[in-house]
Design a protein around this ligand. Structure first.
Ligand SMILES: [Zn+2]
Length: 498
């Protein structure tokens, strides 16, 4: 059964540009999308402005808070969320699971809270799942997951009309449980798939664990499943999370951080107190200075910081979308992860899943920029090396050369370019071998290329290979299999001298 509400338009690795159709709202939301969190009791930026000034197509608000609110419950039931918030995009509501995790109990079950969400006009509702925190025992994660799965089963039985329903994926930091949870959720007739309880990981900067959790969940979901990284709203990690295949993000951060005088940037968070300059050209920053912002009263300063935080967040999302369209998202990720060492860990964890990323990566993209040692482990490199196993070397002798000339002493000459490895000259102009590679390469790039040589040699046992290189590091040359004659340019054996 294909989920007709979500359509992928463009892929870049596991990242996708997509369209989420939200029937009850009568709108289509372009993904990746950011859902600003609207707190009914504290609207830092009114929802109408989120739409008109920031371009929000969808927002999220807490159905459980509205359910228990003396102030808003009746009005929400009377006029509906869209009128209450003066917002005609899509509105997702949360169920109180967060409160359940914080306070240990809530006074509502899945059936009742889903009916309430439906009755206040929510477009995407949420059952009461159990957000199991990271690092708990497998026994606890399993028994709480069983409860979440019961909640999903209950949700399937509630008549909610056109309202879409979230099917949260839990399982703590146990990858096999996350995958099983995702498979179970995907097999229900529910619609959107939030990956739950990652906030403690995000707060602790454990981006490698976040990547592994997302990868495990994605393994259990089909390509037509819209995936929400629940609680992730910092722009510094959007590129990485989108590259892993996340489509929806929500931000309470823009307002919560603003209240603590924290200023978001794509490279991390700054304290307003520490800033001498505003490294941003949004309307707030263009019209003010750090000193000016500090001199505002609390409410005004919070509002202005929240607006800056939203501008920088939406801007990064647009940049990520353009990067997917241009086929340069991984270059953006490589750039962004330099903002914090733990993001580098996240990136390396992501590259350990290169095979998954490769599966949906377009065969040809713009240009491959080799930007760091990690570039050597990108899915495009993996794909090239897998392709080597299907390429036949013509003749009995082959020169593999890092130079540009042809050998008269061999039946055939192939080029070797780090980090990809060997390829026949005919492929020189095809992606990704057209890569832009720096002259001063990391050791890893040579080593990966040598791995490619080894792969080619293995699959062509009847060919006699000669490998000619110019000043490759020993750690790479060592990876060239025995039986291959190794020559160094500059030893008088440069085939370019012929
Ligand atoms: Zn700004």
């Amino acid at each position: 059964m294909a989920r007709e509400i979500f359509e992928v338009r463009d892929w870049d690795g596991a990242a996708r540009l997509g369209e989420l159709t939200v029937p009850r709202a009568g709108v289509t939301v372009e993904t990746p999308a950011l859902l600003p969190v609207v707190n009914p009791h504290k609207q830092t930026v009114p929802p109408a402005r989120l739409q008109s000034e920031f371009g929000a197509e969808i927002l999220i608000t807490n159905g459980y808070i509205l359910y228990g609110s003396d102030e808003f419950r009746e009005e929400a039931l009377d006029v509906g969320l869209h009128d209450l918030y003066e917002f005609d995009g899509a509105i997702m509501t949360d169920s109180g699971s967060f409160q359940l995790a914080e306070y240990g109990e809530i006074s509502v079950d899945t059936e009742e809270i889903l009916r309430f969400q439906h009755d206040i006009g929510s477009d995407i509702g949420t059952p009461v799942d159990i957000p199991t925190p990271p690092d708990v025992s497998r026994e606890r994660a399993e028994s709480e997951l069983a409860e979440t799965e019961r909640a999903l089963a209950e949700a399937e039985t509630v008549d909610v009309g056109e309202m879409l329903v979230n099917a949260p994926v839990q399982g703590s930091t146990h990858p096999a449980l996350r995958t099983a949870a995702a498979e179970h959720a995907y097999a229900t007739d529910l619609d959107v798939f939030p990956i739950g309880a990652v906030v403690p990981l995000l707060n602790a900067y454990r981006y490698d664990d976040v990547v592994d959790v997302v990868a495990a969940a994605k393994r259990g979901l089909g390509a037509d499943a819209p995936v929400h990284l629940f609680g992730a709203g910092h722009p510094m990690m959007f590129a990485l999370a989108v590259a892993m295949g996340c489509d929806l993000f929500d931000s309470a951060a823009y307002a919560l951080y603003a209240r603590d005088d924290r200023y978001l940037t794509v490279r991390g968070t700054e304290l307003l107190a520490d800033l001498d300059y505003l490294p941003c050209s949004c309307p707030v920053c263009a019209a003010s200075t750090p000193e000016g912002l500090r001199s505002e009263d609390d409410d005004e300063r919070t509002r202005l910081l929240a607006e800056h935080n939203l501008h920088v967040t939406f801007e990064e999302l647009r940049r990520v979308k353009q990067a997917i369209r241009s086929g340069s998202l991984l270059e953006l990720v490589e750039t962004r992860v330099r903002g914090h060492p733990t993001l580098v860990d996240g990136f390396r964890a992501m590259l350990a899943h290169a095979e998954t990323l490769e599966a949906t990566d377009p065969v040809s993209k713009g240009a491959f920029f080799h930007l760091s040692a990690e570039s050597a482990d990108r899915p495009e490199v993996l794909r090239h090396q897998e392709r080597l196993e299907r390429l036949t070397v013509a003749g009995d002798t082959c020169l593999l050369t890092t130079g540009s000339g042809n050998s008269d002493d061999h039946d055939t000459t192939w080029r070797v370019v780090p980090p990809f490895g060997p390829f026949p000259r005919a492929l020189s102009e095809s992606y990704p071998l057209t890569a832009e590679v720096p002259e001063r390469l990391s050791r890893e790039a040579y080593e990966r290329a040598a791995d490619g040589v080894a792969r080619l040699v293995e699959t062509n046992p009847d060919v006699t290979f000669t490998f000619a290189h110019h000043q490759w590091p020993a750690s790479a040359v060592e990876r060239v299999p025995d039986g291959v004659e190794v020559q160094r340019y500059g030893d008088g054996t440069d085939p370019r001298d012929h």
